[in-house]
Design a protein around this ligand. Structure first.
Ligand code: 2RA
Length: 332
């Protein structure tokens, strides 16, 4: 029972990645509609075919089974309810519905059971996804008491233009030319920006509150998660230094084995031989890479991890396609 699929935001970074992953994973696609709010009239390629990009306003929702929304919050706010009203199952990458109590917020390796018969399903923020995949096995075995996380986020999280900014700022720097910052208030090449997104409560940014609130919703725990989200001059893959205080005692070797056997994780942890998770290694992969696994020197049940994943794939597109694969198993 192949699916009639729509991708809203088909020309964007994540939309393009969704198409790539649908091809790679041979998801049974009966038809594909590419939708956008602008750029209609263009063509995208899917499985060797040229597919016209149509205006999302002109969508025939009653001829679509599943719609991936990979566009802005506004597009999701406006069109996702329209699509679900026509019986479409929507997988929404935007943050608009994530904290809506009626909308499941899903990472298949962690909480696929909450999907139920929902028509509108939200995919979490990229930095949340990779962290909860790494923490879930620890939650199950040891219980979680609190999390402190610092992220090192790639510029592709901001978008295609930010990747171009990194390239031209780096070139200007290497050519010893003056660097004219554009995407960010300061140059990002050879620099770090100690915040991502806009500031909110208690001087934390939206990106940091997403890590806190989305993790609490996914784990269904009032878990204290204190985040610092940092932008770094990396094109693809977010990295995170995660400190987690566990409820029960652990042995580091036991933790390493547990993570090795957990779904969606690759343990890369032999630092003395340079075997550590890095953004370059994670880019293009669908796994969450975990290393630097070590006990805190001072806090009895404190544990540190370094968690890296491709923010466009597992952080967005792959997670959304995996949600559809979970649904397909139920529908078949
Ligand atoms: C970022 N996670 O990295 C956000 C949105 N993709 O900017």
């Amino acid at each position: 029972n192949a699916l009639r699929i729509a991708v809203v935001g088909a020309t964007g970074l994540v939309g393009q990645k969704i198409l790539e992953i649908l091809e790679e994973r041979n998801t049974p696609v009966r038809s594909l509609v590419a939708l956008a709010t602008e750029g209609h009239g263009r063509f995208i390629e899917f499985r060797g075919q040229q597919v016209p990009v149509q205006s999302v306003d002109a969508a025939h929702w009653d001829e679509i089974d599943v719609a991936f929304f990979a566009a802005t919050n506004d597009v999701s706010r406006h069109y996702a309810p329209l699509a679900t009203a026509h019986g479409v199952t929507v997988i929404d990458k935007s943050s608009y519905f994530r904290m809506d109590p009626t909308v499941p917020l899903v990472v298949p390796e962690v909480n696929a059971e909450v999907i139920g018969d929902a028509r509108l399903i939200a995919s979490p923020n990229c930095s949340t996804i990779q962290m909860v995949v790494a923490l879930e096995p620890l939650r199950q075995r040891y219980g979680l008491r609190r999390v402190i996380v610092s992220t090192y986020q790639a510029v592709s999280g901001t978008g295609r233009e930010a990747m171009e900014t990194l390239r031209h700022e780096a070139a200007q720097t290497l050519a010893q030319e003056p660097v004219t910052p554009s995407t960010y208030p300061t140059p990002i090449a050879f620099n770090v920006l100690p915040y991502c997104d806009k500031f909110g409560d208690l001087d934390y940014t939206g990106e940091e509150w997403k890590l806190t609130r989305e993790t609490q919703k996914i784990f269904r725990l009032e878990l204290p998660v204190s985040a610092t989200a940092v932008r770094v001059p990396v094109a693809v893959s977010h990295a995170e230094a995660v400190y987690v205080e566990l409820e029960r005692p652990f042995e580091v070797d036991e933790v390493r084995t547990l993570l090795r056997e957990a779904p969606g994780i690759r343990v890369v942890d032999d630092p003395e031989h340079g075997i550590v998770p890095t953004p370059l290694e994670a880019a293009g992969q669908d796994l969450v890479f975990v290393g630097r696994i070590r006990r805190d020197p001072f806090i009895a049940q404190g544990l540190h991890l370094f968690v890296v994943a491709d923010n466009l794939r597992k952080g967005a597109a792959t997670n959304a396609v995996q949600i559809v694969e979970t649904l397909e198993e139920r529908w078949s």
